[in-house]
Design a protein around this ligand. Sequence first.
Ligand code: FE
Ligand code: CA
Length: 534
Amino acid sequence: MKIYDERWFDLYARKLTRRDLLRLGRDAAACIALSTVVPPTSRVLRRSRLRANPFASGVASGDPLDTGVVLWTRLDPAVLEGSGLIGSAAGRAGPAIEVRWEIAEDDAFRRIARRGTASALSELGYSVHAEVDGLQPGREYWYRFDAAGEASPIGRTRTAPAPRSLPDQLRFAFASCQNYEYGFFTAHRHLSAEPLDLVVHLGDYIYERRFPRLPVRLHEGVVEVKSLAEYRARYAQYRADADLQAAHAACPWIVTNDDHEVANNFAGAISEDDASPAEFLLRRAAAYQAYYEFMPLRRSSLPQGPDIQLFRRLDFGALLRIHVLDTRQFRSDQACGDGVKPRCAATLDAARTMLGDTQEAWLAAGLRTSGARWNVLANQVMMAPAAAGSEDDPTYRLDTWAGYVPARNRLLSSIAAAQASNPVVITGDIHLSWVAELKTDFDDPSSPVMGIEFVGTSLTSGGDGNDSNGEEQIRRNPHMKFFNSRRGYVVCTVTPAGWTSDYRTVPFVSRPGAPIETKARFVVESGRPGVERG
Ligand code: FE
Ligand code: CA
């Protein structure tokens, strides 16, 4: 019944085989399946026996369907321990704690739509992922939890529109890269006040270690997190931030991760440090488990050992299909390092992959069968190449799609071949705002525009940024239409006729209290590839 237990540490000691990992994954899946059909011997408490409110990480919802959504919360193990509800022996499985949830049509909870109970298991860090079904399409709801006589904060969520309907409008924000040490989450506070149906988070939700820039506030605990306990503590610290909690409580999120949820610039089973692939996969398993525990993900994303299912599709009526990508777990190692360098021959090797064969085929099928007016690829690393360095010997960031040229061309060709309507790529990772027109051949200026990439800046990573307009970068890269390094997020307003991206930025993140402004607006007309300044 244990998902992460001392066997992991045994395996650490004696190294592990792939078979070990698969077996552990199966145990984890069996445990979850069991916990949903067999009522666990939980302690249901009628009156609060807790010394503090256990919902210290707030609430969240995610992966909305037309009939339901996943509701998330987590009980703080320190509160449970301090109240004697669970033993404090590290690594021992405690009793399951029963958590009640309810979801209502109004914020006063007079019209309850559904209610139920879920078990918070020590094996999953006392997280709760309640998958609610039977809701009405395209409407907002409010939800809350209670456990051991204590109530959670209230969250607002929203179901997706009915499958074949064509809504007048959908508005979502996308964001990425929230290094706690480099800034205050003021942008999250502003995001929580936007009228949004949805947030898409493209990764670097936590940072696993310190980077060389003066911190404005500090990570707690070890400098670099590697074990499950350390990753959990890092997420708990981020999630204690009131601004981040407000953004999660405001609307459902669709999340995917990038490298820093695990380790800087990892590629598949390859890490930057000297860890062997077997050692690194143990670390990846711990990182993915903590990620799952803290994110509003469905059970289909429960990690199996070092593997997690994050690529998935979400539909919003006939208006929008979001193809969520995972560009880390299956990629080939960076070709010749991961810095900003001239391309070595390996960057042109067609055997190298960014998505892996399975995900590539899955994406091609999802584009071919899509009836949606807009097809969004929720992507991590930049797809359009950004040449820098000298004109004769340009350099590229080789961790991005620019270091995987044939894989990128395969992807762009498959989008074109699928004739998917209005492809739009949304991207994180790079801590800069860019707008790019996508082409199947970037080296040929007459190659037609076949889609748009909106690259969102970081929420805090890299610190305050500045207002350089990137004149030189844009001159060097004629497919680029915008550059900015202020922090923030992008609000996308999508209608059947058009798409508007508002680059919402804050002038500083190094201290609290920054106002929000719209740095730039870009519009795309349905059926007309190309982007215009709005
Ligand atoms: Fe980042
Ligand atoms: Ca990254």
